[in-house]
Design a protein around this ligand. Structure first.
Ligand code: NAD
Length: 344
């Protein structure tokens, strides 16, 4: 089988080549993203393999279907970049529901510690033989309250890490997990209470119409002064302009962002030496209490290997049997993992 692999990066190739060779799949790597302009590159392939910032809209779905390209293999968990409703009955959308929740949760804690203990500042200072501690005062995580929105695979691992630090956890999920709350160090609460009582808020829910801008001016107004916002989930969960205003007004004490609302034209590419057009991102990055990584939380050796393995297995299963447990279906109330496998 031949699969057109869009938005390919050097770190993708070793594991995809290895699993592809074992399973009779030839990946053809294209540096470009999948867009309406590049979709023609998929001509003659059995499927496309795409990532978080590739576009799979109605125009692209129609064109893929016309070309007989029926497999859209996402090499990620989130699928907010796919028009799932439109895809139903036209292409099979497969995803990697889990590859390493530890990678993302650990990166979230790395960002938090870096920020509140000023490690990013210390690294630069000591390289310049500046051993002053002025302005370096942080705070203990022990005893602080962290609000976790989304208690799925990543949220749970992050909660465990936070418990290791002796933090109190306030959780919110549309579908709470009864086994998670212990009534003491972990409690499910309504969003309002989470906003009012949390010292740190971490987002681990998917981007949907409901969660779009869950952090906005209104919710920030409810937060404690000095709240730390962590977003390693999807950019549009946070209204970036409201966040910037919150930082300027000193309401927000710090922000750690691995994702950004308008990241798709910027993240994963080298724009050093260019003039950044995005004033909000440029201003956020200029702040001493904002740390931005460019959608890097997933990037561990373990995650890359798991992603390549599951993506390849998904494609093989779908091609051989017409079914795949990791197929996504739109079933009226939104996209969900397909249970029947017969949704095409
Ligand atoms: P998951 O499906 O295991 O968990 C998501 C949780 O969010 C579920 O418990 C679900 O019930 C909950 N949820 C759904 N709608 C909600 C709502 N309206 N309000 C509150 N909670 C809601 O997913 P996961 O594997 O834990 O991943 C979480 C998110 O992390 C993904 O959606 C993806 O966007 C993001 N992610 C980011 C990276 C990265 O590199 N930065 C990597 C992987 C995943």
């Amino acid at each position: 089988m031949k699969i057109a692999f869009f938005d390919a990066k050097p770190y993708d190739k070793p594991s995809f080549d290895a699993y592809g060779a074992q399973n009779g799949i030839q990946y053809k790597y294209f540096d470009t993203k999948l867009t309406e302009d590049t979709v023609e590159l998929a001509h003659g392939y059995d499927g496309v393999c795409v990532f978080v910032n590739d576009t799979v809209n109605d125009v692209i779905i129609d064109r893929l279907a016309e070309m007989g390209v029926t497999i859209v293999a996402l090499r990620c968990a989130g699928f907010n970049n796919v028009d799932m409703k439109y895809a139903f009955g036209k292409v099979h959308v497969l995803r990697v529901p889990a590859y390493s929740p530890y990678a993302v949760a650990e990166h979230t804690m790395a960002l938090l510690l870096t920020s509140i203990r000023r490690i990013h500042k210390a690294y630069i200072r000591t390289r310049d033989f500046n051993f002053s501690l002025a302005g370096m005062t942080g705070f203990d995580l022990h005893g602080k309250t962290v609000g976790v929105i989304g208690t799925g695979k990543i949220g749970r691992v992050f909660i465990n890490i936070c418990r290791g630090f002796g933090m109190q956890v306030l959780a919110y999920d549309k579908f709470p997990a009864p086994d998670l709350a212990d009534g003491e160090s972990i409690r499910y609460v309504e969003l309002d209470e989470l906003f009012r009582k949390s010292d740190i808020i971490s987002l681990h829910c998917p981007l949907t119409e409901e969660t779009y801008h869950v952090i906005d001016e209104q919710s920030l107004n409810k937060c404690k002064k000095g709240v730390v916002i962590l977003n390693t989930s999807r950019g549009a969960l946070v209204d970036a302009e409201a966040l910037l205003a919150g930082i300027k007004s000193r309401k927000v004490g710090a922000a750690c962002l691995d994702v950004y609302e308008e990241e798709s034209d910027l993240f994963f590419e080298d724009y050093s030496g260019h003039i950044l057009d995005d004033d909000v991102l440029a201003r956020l990055i200029s702040m001493p209490n904002v740390i931005v990584t460019s959608h890097q939380a997933f990037l561990t050796e373990e995650a890359l290997s798991n992603i390549a393995q599951t993506t390849t297995q998904n494609i093989v299963q779908m091609a051989r049997t017409g079914e795949c447990p990791n197929e996504l279906c739109y079933r009226g109330d939104g996209a969900a993992d397909c249970k029947s496998g017969k949704c095409f």
